[in-house]
Design a protein around this ligand. Structure first.
Ligand code: DON
Length: 578
């Protein structure tokens, strides 16, 4: 097994464990709690949770409680989202972060819609072929592991900007729960314990070894886990704003560790980092309005393109049939072909957003779909594309909603942990086409539009989305982790609700599918297809492949009298309502 594949296998250990504890049957699988979902989580929490006033759904129970605490204090959904984001950096270091980046999609009850892009950027000293071994011409594993793998982090800038513009509280107020969790510690639960154990070989190569493996092993479930250095960093941010991270002692610690380990992020990189406000992509599907994420994420365009194609077919065949699965796969195939070749950071490449999201274009593409034959994905031309991440959804009493996906890319990012800073760095550089035409960590084959350039944002698949009902009120707040599987999963959760009339709980539990054009195969979760449906799809020409859990979503849905929250049934987390 190559080192890149080995690294990916290690990253996916927690997901694989979670998934191996799930048994799906029809749209109402029974979840075997197994040994994974212990501590703060449990089967009970995989069931929908009701809140009359507000809701937070995330991959960490403690982080969801942090958000709910802020809602109860009178904070709005943005205040609570930022509180949840900082708390995730403490309680869910697998993906929660201040050393990574993300995208936040906001819809205020007064009609204002906004998106903030706090994706990492390539450091100024980055270069196009920095991950290609000059001797062999092959890709090295440096875009995934170690100091060179990191883009300049955006999370602190993005969360602070979002709070300043749409929140009602101060950073110090919303960060108080995160600081408390880092300073006083929290009880190690079995999910974090197992995740740390599964990643020990990688993480022990770096400075986090002493904190995460005191005495050589992860702290046992039930022990109090304190992160003093992280608490100090969070206190500096709470007191000084982004300057507490991008300047001063935290910046010094980050740059010193980069230098020590052969990384290239400098003070100048940190000083220049800016989050960008974007106009969310607004689209419609059978009278519902969707707001989702524009570039530097591919998530919104690719979802919109897919749903526009599907809409042209009138009512879709029933969930679980060969006819439906085939249409879904063929629609995803077409939108991923565009994604992988044409999308990149809009500050560097011209992105054909209007065209790719237009109904007319979708109609054209729909016309190329044969209802009983799979189209083969053509060989990648322009030179193709790209997965740990965490999504959280928040809704408040006034109807404001926030959909946020944030990531370090791989689980615990590059593995590099900043001494004195107390946090992990991302390995987001792997989301670039490090060698256009060669697959990245997620098997995505991407082109020139996503090649490495200093200061450029690497293309993302994150798709934090908000769906409005036919009366213009926020109905669904959903997003996922899982690299390219984010796009296909978010699309399916939404279709399950608005096309197939499922409850949010069923929509989240329903077995999922994934097609990303290349490799030309249809990934299917256990229970997604009956043997007869599988046979039909094979006869249509699809190559079917069994997959463990496809992606990790957290969603909220408006119901009569309040909100329902559902955390990912395939993994750990919690929805907390009040
Ligand atoms: O931005 C992206 O598309 C990826 N860095 C997301 C990675 C991810 O979702 C990993 N989670 N399983």
């Amino acid at each position: 097994m190559s080192r890149r594949l080995l690294r990916l296998a290690l990253l996916l250990v927690p997901v694989a464990i979670a998934v191996s504890s799930c048994r799906h049957g029809g749209t109402r699988p029974t979840v075997d709690i197994g040994t994974y979902l212990g501590g703060q989580t449990g089967l009970v929490q995989a069931e929908p949770v009701f809140g009359a006033h507000g809701m937070v759904a995330s991959n960490s129970g403690l982080a969801s409680e942090a958000g709910a605490e802020i809602l109860k204090q009178g904070g709005n959904a943005v205040d609570a989202a930022v509180a949840t984001g900082f708390a995730l950096a403490v309680t869910y270091p697998f993906a929660g972060n201040i050393g990574g980046g993300g995208f936040m999609n906001i819809h205020m009850a007064d009609g204002r819609a906004a998106a903030i892009d706090y994706r990492e950027v390539a450091p100024l000293a980055a270069s196009r072929d920095m991950y290609v071994d000059p001797a062999t011409g092959k890709l090295t594993n440096k875009s995934t592991l170690g100091h060179l793998a990191s883009g300049v982090p955006g999370s602190v800038a993005g969360m602070a900007d979002a709070l300043a513009k749409y929140g009602t509280m101060t950073l110090a107020q919303v960060m108080a729960p995160a600081i408390r969790l880092a300073k006083d510690g929290f009880e190690m639960d079995s999910a974090l314990f197992r995740s740390l154990r599964g990643n020990k070989n990688v993480l022990s190569q770096f400075a986090g070894k002493d904190l995460f493996y005191p005495g050589g092993d992860a702290p046992a479930p039930g022990t109090r886990f304190v992160q003093a250095e992280l608490a100090h960093t969070l206190e500096l941010i709470a007191a000084k704003g982004p300057a507490g991270f991008y300047e001063g002692e935290v910046a010094d610690a980050l740059v010193a560790e980069e230098k020590r380990g052969g990384g290239i992020i400098t003070h100048e990189d940190l000083k220049r980092y800016k989050a960008e406000w974007r106009t969310p992509i607004k689209s419609t599907y059978r009278g519902y309005t969707l707001y989702t994420m524009p570039p530097a994420s591919s998530g919104g365009i690719t979802m919109t393109e897919t749903m526009n194609i599907l809409e042209t077919f009138g009512p879709l065949p029933k969930y679980g049939t060969a006819a439906y699965t085939h249409l879904l796969a063929e629609a995803f195939r077409r939108s991923f072909i565009d994604r992988n070749a044409k999308l990149g950071d809009p500050a560097f490449v011209k992105v054909p957003l209007e065209q790719l999201t237009s109904k007319a274009y979708a109609k054209e593409l729909a016309g190329t779909i044969d209802r009983t034959h799979a189209t083969k994905t053509p060989a990648f031309k322009s030179g193709a594309e790209p997965d740990h991440t965490t999504h959280y959804s928040v809704a408040d009493n006034s109807g404001n909603v926030v959909s946020t996906t944030t990531t370090l890319n791989g689980g615990y990012g590059s593995g590099v942990w900043i001494p004195k800073g107390g946090f992990f760095m991302n390995n987001e550089m792997d989301d670039f086409a490090a060698q256009p035409g060669s697959p990245n960590m997620f098997g995505l084959v991407q082109g020139e539009a996503n090649a490495i350039v200093p200061g450029k944002r690497m293309l993302s698949a994150m798709a934090p989305t908000i769906v409005m009902d036919r009366d213009g009120k926020a109905l669904l707040v959903v997003g996922a982790a899982g690299g390219p599987r984010i796009i296909t999963t978010v699309t399916q959760v939404i279709l399950n609700v608005i096309e197939h009339d499922m409850s949010l709980g069923d929509a989240m539990r329903a077995p999922r599918l994934h097609h990303q054009s290349l490799p030309d195969e249809l990934l299917v979760e256990d229970g997604a297809l009956s043997p007869a449906v599988s046979d039909s799809l094979k006869a249509f020409g699809h190559t079917l492949k069994r997959a463990g859990g496809l992606a990790n979503a957290n969603g909220i849905m408006r119901v009569k009298g309040g909100w329902i929250g559902v955390r990912e049934p395939r993994s750990a987390g919690k929805a907390v309502g009040y």
